[in-house]
Design a protein around this ligand. Sequence first.
Ligand SMILES: Cc1ncc(COP(=O)(O)O)c(C=O)c1O
Length: 401
Amino acid sequence: MSLISPWRADFPALDALEREGQTYLDSAATAQKPQALIDAMAHYYANGAANVHRAQHLPGAKATQAFEDSRRKAGEWLNAGSSGQIVFTHGATSAFNLLAYGLEHLFRAGDEIVISALEHHANLLPWQQLARRHDLKLVVLPLTAQGVIDDEAAAALITSRTRLLAVSQLSNVLGTWQPVAQLVALARARGALTVIDAAQGIVHGRHDVQALGCDFYVFSSHKLYGPDGVGVLFGRHEALAQLHHWQFGGEMVLQAGYQDATFRPAPLGFEAGTPPVSGVIGLGATLDYLNDINHVAAAEHEARLHELLCAGLLLREGVRLVGDPQVALASFVVEDVHNADLAHLLTEQGIAVRAGHHCAIPLISSLGLSGAIRVSLALYNDSTDLERLFNALDQALELLR
Ligand SMILES: Cc1ncc(COP(=O)(O)O)c(C=O)c1O
């Protein structure tokens, strides 16, 4: 079956990569960018860069307007209700660190933070270190054999001692959707704060933070076809009001003296210093682009490609999928073959996939693996990319066996 992506031509890097003999199948690490983003950022730099929220002059006013337009678009993308609930950070990782420091004052020794066994280090280590600083207990929700957080175990482990739940919406290793709506409902009923790591989930389908009911929802622009260096932290007004300021500097301040200062509320109070202005503007242009494409068709295209990917991998002798991937990516191992050796041979043939622990060492170790190869798809991939992958895989396996 041949599957052509009608969106491929919107991403000029795909042609450039092809000229270099590269097949890009690592979009879960970072996605290629649409021309609309490149144009918007080039326009900003070519027509006058300026700092935001501080200058009276025209370039400053234009930059501030474009920056705040992007905040509105990000809020609309998530159905946040109001753009005042959108804080721009420097990425998902910096948003989790902001939360782990900003909420620190709410925890007492013995309180529990609940995460799951599949968390990316970005949504594990900030909580782990918080727990170590305050003698908290980090409770880890187990997974089913399919790689989904076990809801029965969750019902037993999320208790009145739980102060915060932080879980991924879509696993970056297993490609499995997690029952985040149920977990959020459970945690909120026990009085806990809820944080959703949407770094992967945001890329697939549309998500509604009001319907989800979470307190915080985090993603990185660069995985959603946007620029790097930009993260989006949604927080409900009531939840943001509980955050203490944690980074201090320009623009987050209301009044400052030598001995004391007062600070702005969210969102600006959590955007100390010069924010990534061009990146935020680029994210706005990316969201405009994504709003214009046919979502149903894009989701169907990705689903068909994913089926082809999983079926093609399973056809190869000795290949085993890690978990039961549902969308956009598949991690696999091959019997008697080290993933690093295989990755090396794939790289030599121009196949850009990711090998190793995928920033989830505890998960990979708990599965008894030293690593896995992850193939990840985006709306610009088509079936020729998979044919190239499978040809390269066959050649590599022939050499390794
Ligand atoms: C599930 C998940 N969470 C968090 C992150 C961290 O994102 P960033 O490196 O953009 O901060 C990633 C990145 O790979 C991820 O896949």
